[in-house]
Design a protein around this ligand. Structure first.
Ligand SMILES: NC(=O)c1ccc[n+]([C@@H]2O[C@H](COP(=O)([O-])OP(=O)(O)OC[C@H]3O[C@@H](n4cnc5c(N)ncnc54)[C@H](O)[C@@H]3O)[C@@H](O)[C@H]2O)c1
Length: 429
C-alpha cells in the first residue's frame, strides 16, 4: 500500500474537510494523489476555487496539490487509503453525537475494496473505532474486517489559530489493527509528518491518548478557575499568584479562563460517557467540566456585583463585550462560552453590545441570538474583554476610558491589562 501510494497508483482519500481534514488532505496532496471528500457541497465548491471555508489556510496552501475535491461516492471509490476527519460533537445532554462519524463510515463502506485501509482521526472514546465504526464498514461494504480491509486510528493534535504547530510539524500518534497495518499506516503518515510518528500498541490506546490530552488540559484549567474563585474572595489576583508560583521548576503553567470550542470542552464528555457505560462514575473529570461550564455565569455575576457596588441601576447599564469567538485570533464561534457571559448578563437586565474582529455577526445571531455592532460607542458602564485577540492586547487604559462613563468597570477575563489599569474599577479572573 505504502509504495503504491508513493507511486500514485493508490490514492489517499480524506473524508471531512474541516479544520483537521483540509490541511491533512493538502499536505498529502503535495506528495501523493488525493481525493478530498465532504458532504457539504458549498464548502467543496469553495475548496475547488482554492478557498478554505474554515479560514485557517491561505490560498497558497492549495498550490501544487494533486487533489480532487468531491461530494461523489463514485469518485471516493478511486481511493485505497481512507482518512476520516469528521466532527465528533456532543448533543444537548453532553452525550457523544456519533452521527457524522457513522455517516462517514457508511460513505467509506460504499467505497471500500479488498486490501483498502481506513484510518480514523476524529476524537472519540476508547473503543469507538472498533465497536461503533468497523461494524458499519463491514455491513455497508459486505467485506470482512482484518481479512479484507485494515483499520487504524491516528488522533489529530493541531490547535486552531496556531501557525507554528501545524500538521506536518507535530509528532503523530498512529495505530493499527495489527503490527503490519500499524507499520504501513506509520509509513504513510511519515510521508507528511516531519518529526515522525509514535506507534501506539493498539487502536484503543491511541484513542485514549488523544482524549486524555484534552481531558488533562480541561481538568487543569478547572483547577485554575476554582483557585481564581477562591482568590477573588481573598482579594488577590490569580495571575499574580500564578506568576509567583510559576517560578518553581515543576509548577505547571495553566491559567483560568473560559473553556469553549469543540475540543477541550467536549472531548472529556466522550471519556466520561464511556466510563459511565462501564459502571464508573467519573468524579474529577466531571467536576472539572462542571466548573469550566459554570465560568460564564460566574464572570457575569462578578461584573454585575461591580456595577451594583458602583450604585448603577442595572436596567440602565450598557456593557460592551469585546470578543465572541471561542478563543483568541480565530473566527470559530462554536461552543463559545462568551455566549454564556452575555446570556447571564442579560438575565440581570443589563444591556449588552458585542464587538469581535474575527466573528461573523450573522453566524452569532443564528447560533446564540445576538449579533455584533460595527464599532464601540462611548457610553459603557462596563467593558468585558472576553477574548485576548491580538489587537486587543495593544489597547491601554486611555482607550477604555474613552469608551466608558465615569465609575465604569473593566472586566479583563484573561488578565491582559493586569498591572496597567490605575483609574478604573478593574477585575480579572
Ligand atoms: N479543530 C481542531 O483543531 C481539532 C484538533 C484535534 C482534533 N480534532 C478532531 O477532529 C475531528 C474533526 O474536527 P474539525 O474541527 O476538523 O471539524 P469541522 O467541523 O471543522 O469539519 C468537519 C467537516 O466534515 C464534514 N462532514 C460532516 N459530516 C460528514 C460526513 N458524514 N461525511 C463527510 N464529511 C462530513 C463537514 O461538512 C466539514 O467540512 C473532530 O473529531 C475533532 O474533535 C479537531
Amino acid at each position: 500500500m505504502y509504495n503504491s501510494i508513493l507511486k500514485k497508483e493508490a490514492k489517499v482519500a480524506v473524508i471531512g474537510l474541516g479544520y483537521v481534514g483540509l490541511p491533512i488532505a493538502l499536505a498529502f496532496a503535495k506528495k501523493v494523489s488525493v481525493i478530498g471528500f465532504d458532504i457539504n457541497e458549498q464548502r467543496v465548491n469553495m475548496m475547488k476555487q482554492g478557498i478554505d471555508p474554515s479560514q485557517e489556510l491561505e490560498p497558497e496552501a492549495f498550490i501544487d496539490c494533486d487533489i480532487k475535491f468531491t461530494t461523489s461516492i463514485e469518485e471516493l471509490r478511486e481511493a485505497r487509503f481512507f482518512i476520516v476527519a469528521v466532527p465528533t460533537p456532543i448533543d444537548d445532554h453532553n452525550l457523544p453525537d456519533l452521527k457524522p462519524l457513522i455517516g462517514a463510515s457508511k460513505s467509506v463502506g460504499k467505497a471500500l475494496k479488498k486490501g483498502d485501509f481506513v484510518v480514523y482521526e476524529s476524537t472519540v472514546y476508547p473503543g469507538c473505532t472498533e465497536e461503533d465504526c468497523i461494524p458499519v464498514l463491514e455491513e455497508v461494504s459486505g467485506l470482512k474486517f482484518n481479512t479484507d480491509f485494515k483499520v487504524g486510528y491516528s488522533p489529530e493534535r493541531i490547535n486552531p489559530g496556531d501557525k507554528e504547530h501545524t500538521i506536518t510539524k507535530i509528532l503523530k500518534v498512529v495505530s493499527g489493527c495489527d503490527n503490519d497495518s500499524a507499520q504501513t499506516i506509520a509509513n504513510v503518515y511519515k510521508i507528511i509528518v516531519e518529526p515522525g510518528v509514535h506507534i501506539a500498541s493498539s487502536i484503543k490506546v491511541a484513542e485514549a491518548a488523544k482524549i486524555i490530552e484534552n481531558t488533562q488540559r480541561d481538568v487543569n484549567i478547572a483547577l485554575m478557575n476554582e483557585l481564581s474563585m477562591i482568590f477573588s474572595k481573598m482579594g488577590i489576583n490569580t495571575y499574580e499568584v500564578l506568576q509567583a508560583a510559576g517560578t518553581k521548576w515543576n509548577f505547571l503553567k495553566f491559567y483560568p479562563g473560559l473553556v469553549g470550542g469543540h475540543c477541550i470542552g467536549v472531548d472529556p464528555y466522550y471519556l466520561t460517557y464511556k466510563a459511565e457505560s462501564l459502571g464508573y462514575h467519573s468524579k474529577i473529570i466531571n467536576s472539572g467540566r462542571y466548573i469550566n461550564d459554570s465560568m460564564g455565569a460566574y464572570i457575569a455575576a462578578q461584573t454585575v456585583k461591580k456595577l451594583s457596588a458602583a450604585k448603577k441601576n442595572l436596567n440602565d447599564c450598557v456593557v460592551l463585550v469585546m470578543g465572541a469567538t471561542f478563543k483568541e485570533d480565530v473566527s470559530d464561534i462554536r461552543n463559545s462560552k462568551v455566549a454564556d457571559v452575555i446570556k447571564e448578563l442579560k438575565t440581570f437586565g443589563v444591556n449588552v453590545e458585542v464587538v469581535d474582529p474575527h466573528a461573523e455577526s450573522d453566524e452569532l445571531m443564528h447560533e446564540y441570538g445576538f449579533g455584533l455592532i460595527e464599532k464601540p460607542n462611548n457610553n459603557y458602564d462596563a467593558v468585558v474583554v472576553a477574548v485576548s485577540h491580538a489587537p486587543y492586547k495593544l489597547l491601554n487604559e486611555n482607550y477604555f476610558k474613552s469608551l466608558m462613563k465615569p465609575d465604569a468597570v473593566l472586566v479583563d477575563i484573561k488578565g491582559i491589562y493586569r498591572g496597567q489599569i490605575n483609574n478604573l474599577t478593574y477585575w480579572s479572573l
